[in-house]
Design a protein around this ligand. Structure first.
Ligand SMILES: Cc1ncc(COP(=O)(O)O)c(C=O)c1O
Length: 388
């Protein structure tokens, strides 16, 4: 038995001070600490190159967080104030708060029961019942969205789509399609800069606008309507600093090995949990290719009662769990008045039994076993009781 092993829910995996040192030395030698310095530009070039392999038209800009990157990308759409933006009911709060801060109204829509994503098909269906002017689908729990299908949706309806791919770096690509993606480089993500965001888009004008607005709204492009260095729009300060870019660059140089470790750990945990529960857990289905650098471990328990039993057991055993994205956006007191909602039966059903379990690259074998044993015990004790 490993039940005395305590297991945190998440442990960030960031470069060591030694790995950071060469980048920090470069920064210090250049005396350039922010304002699109050499490290930010290098990080942007390396990231752009990754996306341009399949999508040569892709361009990128960094930001201080995915939340601000989303807010600025939505603002750059320049929709009339109060426009409706469809977002999934099952997502992190920042998806909806970014919409509100851009001056629009989130409309909560349902997610697919198997992939847990708001898919293009669901957005098509939603159009029969609710009016909306743009969509922010989410690559929920790192599972990629089908960009060919979203691009078709965008072209057929004329409605802009910005994918919140905060936790999906390495899994979400444009795959040659037109589109806009926003990633997070937060400490808990697979490409951490400590804090950071990244916009990737085939819409170069949108990327340029986000970059300008991340720099107070000051024009950065020679030959534009307004001279460089002069205020062209009302922006904010959402620039990525050179310190954060140093962490991002060091993270990028070790990303492939980290992603492999994440995949191996994820598959060991998943098969251990399936064996311990007699395949009683339900997992998120993904597109072919799946989640390349998993960041979270989420499963649906057989029932709400099973989840509660597991949570109580884990609390006793000092094993971290989290009901990710709960309460659902529509149930958050005080802010629910800021959004509208369609019926969301699938999201509601998922929220009843979804559980986030410990997952982090430095997880040890005893910690893995402790999680598997606890989940097995919570599920199987119920089955045994039912048989008695
Ligand atoms: C779906 C989603 N959107 C947005 C964010 C916000 O990202 P950031 O912390 O970089 O602002 C997160 C953070 O985890 C997220 O999961």
């Amino acid at each position: 038995m490993h039940l005395e092993t305590s297991v945190p829910l998440l442990v960030p995996d960031l470069p060591s001070p030694q790995e950071l040192m060469p980048y920090l030395q470069r920064m210090h030698a250049a005396r350039h600490y922010s304002n699109f310095g050499p490290l930010v530009c290098e990080l942007e070039q390396l990231l752009a190159a990754r996306f341009q392999v399949a999508t040569p038209a892709a361009s990128v800009t960094t930001a201080s967080s995915a939340t601000l990157a989303l807010e600025l990308a939505l603002t750059a759409l320049a929709l009339p104030p109060g426009s409706k933006v469809l977002v999934p009911a099952l997502t992190f709060v920042a998806t909806a708060t970014a919409v509100v801060r851009a001056g629009y109204v989130p409309v909560l829509g349902d997610v697919d029961p198997d992939s847990w994503l708001m898919t293009p098909g669901m957005a098509w269906q939603m159009r029969q019942h609710v009016a909306f002017d743009a969509v922010v689908p989410v690559a929920t729990f790192g599972a990629p969205q089908d960009m060919a299908a979203w691009s078709l949706f965008e072209q057929s309806t004329g409605l802009p789509v910005i994918v919140d791919a905060a936790g999906a770096f390495g899994s979400q690509w444009l795959h040659g399609s037109q589109g806009t993606l926003v990633f997070s480089l937060h400490a808990t993500k697979s490409l951490p800069a400590g804090e950071g965001g990244l916009v990737v888009s085939t819409n170069t004008a949108l990327v340029a606008k986000v970059r300008q607005m991340s720099n107070f709204g000051i024009n950065l492009q020679p030959g534009a309507r307004v001279p460089t260095g002069v205020l062209a729009s009302i922006g904010t300060n959402a620039k990525m600093s050179e310190y954060h870019a140093a962490v991002g660059l060091a993270s990028l140089s070790r990303w492939d090995a980290g992603a492999q470790r994440r995949r191996e750990l994820y598959s060991a945990l998943r098969s251990g949990l399936d064996a311990a529960t007699g395949d009683a857990l339900r997992w998120q289905t993904t597109l072919p290719g799946g989640i390349v650098a998993p960041g979270l471990l989420c499963a649906r328990m057989p029932s709400a009662a099973d989840r509660l039993r597991l949570e109580r057991l884990c609390q006793k055993l000092k094993i971290g769990t989290r009901r990710w994205y709960q309460p659902l956006l529509g149930e958050i007191r005080g802010t629910a008045a800021r959004w509208e909602s369609a019926p969301t039966p699938n999201a509601n059903a998922i929220a009843r039994d979804l559980i986030g379990l410990p997952f982090f690259p430095s997880m040890t074998a005893p910690q893995l076993n402790a999680v598997v044993e606890a989940v097995g015990q919570a599920v199987v004790s119920d089955r045994v009781k039912a048989l008695v």
